[in-house]
Design a protein around this ligand. Structure first.
Ligand code: 5AD
Ligand code: SF4
Length: 458
């Protein structure tokens, strides 16, 4: 028998929650090969950069981080310490492919998001052979079949990937090129993973997908299940108090899913629904395939189901051809909807996407001015939303310890972070909290003691 040598693994994760989920799965796959996860690169035997390509200069940032890690590795070797393997994963790895091994020959492994299950093998091959290893294929077999989840304990709020990739080809976006075509996991596999997470302590699950509401997985009944159907089945999982999903496309907000918001109490009244622009001509040029009126109708229907529905969104300003009038239409839409939280970006041309070669690119100064105007309004809306919760009593799921002794941090149904004094309560408890104050990034409140036997709604 050979003793298993313990090695250390540091993963630096950039970008979206799908990458956070993927990093955890990579760590689990590598744990079976003796790797323990640590939170610094300083002495790690293996460092993985799990990268994001969605906005500008992503590749350059990765190359400069790689340069820093290479210097760290050289210094360690000069001091006679153990070496370090260096792997690049995620969407920059996918987009750069061979070019990365040419430009940074000191990288050991380059692995795309669909090939993570081959990571242990790639590392072993790297140890045997000269030259960096690369795997950026979109294989036929699913990485999900190969990366069984090993959950001994899971966070109170867990992520679960149900869908990957995107076929929508918005003209600004690299995702269809880096993550490949839309694929949905079978519903039975999702439900099994959800039960496993709940058994290990999760009380909230956020379903993840680049286009999560485009979910169309094989159902156990032989039919294709939509996300609305999947949500209903998840609501049957005992002990699961809250369900969320992200990120959605307005085009895929079908009736079944909208109805689920009214009928499934576990489904939280908070939705991230990127609109990108309020101008029909910009939306058309973006290939979003809906109008501002379509978006407003969806919001109206959602609020018809759940009057307290809160929305967050993504916006891009300065898309090619965006005029002052187009931008004014975005501002109008923002005023009409009233967002609880938002993310807004200046358009950045991504090589290989149609937007990058469109004429009438918007000047950088105009983009900056529009972004400042938009963000001022969105920030004011977010503040107003948070302030409006002061004095209310909301169900809060306690998720982790706070900074001070005895303090716990949880979330409201609207995803707001709330600090409370723990006093007899534990992580994982769902408690009623009176919101006392509102700060720039969180709320604070007081836990109300429940009446004996009272059921607390999620
Ligand atoms: N330029 C600016 N923002 C972008 N996003 C995606 N691609 C670009 C780009 N080329 C934004 C969109 C998307 C979010 C995740 O990132 O708003 O919804
Ligand atoms: Fe990108 Fe559009 Fe697909 Fe979202 S829907 S991942 S923005 S191409």
């Amino acid at each position: 028998m050979t003793a298993r040598v313990s090695k250390s693994l540091y993963i630096k994760t950039y970008g979206c929650q799908m990458n956070v989920y993927d990093s955890d799965r990579m760590a689990e796959a590598l744990a079976a090969h003796g790797y323990n996860r640590v939170d610094t690169a300083e002495t790690a035997d293996l460092v993985i950069l799990n990268t994001c390509h969605i906005r500008e200069k992503a590749a350059e940032k990765v190359y400069s981080e790689l340069g820093r890690l290479r210097r760290l590795r050289d210094r360690r070797e000069a001091e006679g310490q153990s070496g370090m393997l260096l792997a690049v994963a995620g969407c920059v790895a996918q987009a750069e492919g061979e070019a990365m091994l040419e430009r940074a020959a000191f990288v050991d492994v380059v692995v795309g998001p669909q090939a993570y299950h081959r990571l242990p093998e790639l590392l072993a091959r790297r140890a045997r052979e000269q030259g960096g290893q690369i795997d950026t294929d979109f294989p036929v077999e699913s990485k999900f079949d190969e990366l069984p989840r090993q959950v001994e304990s899971s966070p109170v709020s867990a992520f679960l990937t149900v869908q990957e990739g995107c076929d929508k080809f918005c003209s600004f976006c690299v995702v269809p090129y880096t993550r490949g075509a839309e694929v949905s996991r079978p519903a039975a596999a999702v439900l099994a993973e959800a039960r496993q997470l709940v058994a290990a302590g999760a009380r909230e699950i956020t379903l993840l997908g680049q286009n999560v509401n485009g979910y169309h997985g094989d159902g156990p009944d032989g039919r294709t299940w939509s996300l609305g159907r999947l949500v209903r089945a998840l609501a049957e999982v005992d002990g699961l108090a809250r369900i969320r999903y992200t990120t959605s496309h307005p085009r895929d907000m079908d009736e079944e899913l909208i109805r689920a918001h009214g009928e499934v109490p576990q489904l939280m009244p908070f939705l991230h629904l990127p609109v990108q622009s309020g101008s029909d001509s910009v939306l058309e040029a973006m290939n979003r395939k809906y109008t501002a009126a379509d978006f407003l109708r969806i919001v109206e229907k959602l609020r018809g189901q759940r009057p307290d529905m809160a929305l967050s969104s993504d916006f891009i300003v300065g898309f090619p051809g965006e005029s002052d009038e187009d931008f004014a239409a975005t501002m109008r839409l923002v005023e009409q909807v009233g967002f609880a939280l938002s993310f807004s970006f200046k358009y950045s041309p991504r090589p290989g996407t149609p937007g990058a070669t469109m004429r009438k690119q918007v000047h950088e100064d105009t983009k900056s001015a529009r972004l400042a105007t938009l963000q001022a309004t969105l920030d004011a809306q977010a503040r107003a939303f948070n302030e409006a919760t002061v004095g209310r009593v909301l169900p809060v799921l306690l998720e982790r310890a706070g900074r001070h002794a005895g303090q716990l941090v949880g979330r409201t149904p609207y995803l707001q972070g709330v600090h409370v004094e723990g006093r007899g309560h534990a992580i994982g408890d769902l408690v009623q909290v009176r919101i006392d104050a509102c700060y720039p990034h969180s709320l604070s409140g007081t836990v109300l003691e429940p009446d004996p036997g009272e059921e607390i709604a999620a």
